[in-house]
Design a protein around this ligand. Structure first.
Ligand SMILES: [Zn+2]
Length: 288
């Protein structure tokens, strides 16, 4: 071979060998990098998965927390409504339900019934100063306000009779029977057991002109004033003219609470014509 070719051939051989070597190294680096990338990707994917799971867990927790909170709110509301019901029941349990019952020849007041508390009516408000009269303690302030309002307008009204026990009513009726005979006595004195006077919340008013016999009470300015104003103090006329429950008694007024009395007055209804279930709804507010 010609010596002139030795050097270029050697150079080519060196280049080829070096090139092969570089190529192999580069392939190795590339493979290593690819491997590294792949493992990094796997690691990243793992981390992303963990993150997504953690986020999902947080959402679950949040939902549970919200559920718990709304259950707590519902529970609190239930507690509040239970405590207000308990309050009402407690108030009702301390109020004589007899105070708003209708008494007639078919519905009797128990002979053992005695009002929970009785107070003396101020002597200045009595027609007979020497004959003490008692009234249900919770009704007394309403009576005093009514009498003060009438007095302010110069309407003369005083109390003739208020609380009467079952025993007193029995004695009274017997005396009337002796004096007037059973027929007449039945007309103007309720049989013991269905007199509203035993409740302690009913009373008979009179004026100087009507006196103890209550003559023409419904012609007095007192009666006129009572029909227009008594409801504001919780009092109603038990037996109005033309009622079918008892004889007309313009002097006999019963305390039923301001709310019920106002309703009866506004609707021009009488207590005895109202449904007992409807009346009962007012018991809890009778002294409000
Ligand atoms: Zn009466």
């Amino acid at each position: 071979m010609d010596k002139r070719f030795y050097i270029p051939i050697a150079a080519i051989v060196i280049l080829v060998v070096y090139g092969g070597y570089r190529y192999t190294s580069l392939v190795k680096v590339k493979n290593a990098t690819q491997l590294e990338l792949a493992s990094t990707t796997v690691a990243l994917e793992g981390k992303t998965k963990t993150l997504v799971e953690a986020q999902n867990n947080n959402l679950d927790l949040l939902a549970k927390l919200e559920g718990e909170l709304s259950r707590n709110n519902a529970f609190e509301q239930q507690l509040n409504s239970i405590s207000s019901t308990v309050g009402l029941l407690d108030k009702l349990s301390k109020t004589d339900k007899e105070l708003l019952q209708k008494y007639s020849k078919v519905y009797f007041l128990n002979e053992n019934f005695v009002p929970s508390a009785l107070s003396d009516i101020d002597a200045s408000n009595l027609f007979r100063k020497d004959k003490p009269e008692k009234i249900h303690t919770s009704v007394l302030p309403y009576l005093n306000r009514l009498l003060a309002a009438a007095s302010q307008e110069s309407i003369p009204i005083s109390v003739l009779s208020a609380y009467r026990s079952f025993g007193t009513q029995t004695t009274l009726k017997a005396a009337y029977k002796v004096t007037y005979g059973a027929g007449t006595a039945n007309k103007f004195s309720a049989d013991q057991g269905y007199s509203e006077h035993q409740l302690g919340s009913a009373l008979d008013f009179t004026t100087p002109t009507a006196g103890v016999t209550l003559t023409n009470f419904d012609k007095t300015s007192a009666y006129d004033w009572l029909t227009k104003n008594a409801y504001k103090y919780g009092f109603i006329l038990s037996y109005p003219k033309g009622n079918t429950f008892y004889q007309y008694e313009p002097w006999h007024w019963r305390f039923v609470g301001v709310e019920l009395a106002t309703k009866l007055h506004a609707d021009n209804l009488s207590f005895y014509n109202m449904d007992q279930r409807e009346i009962n709804k007012y018991l809890v507010k009778i002294f409000d």
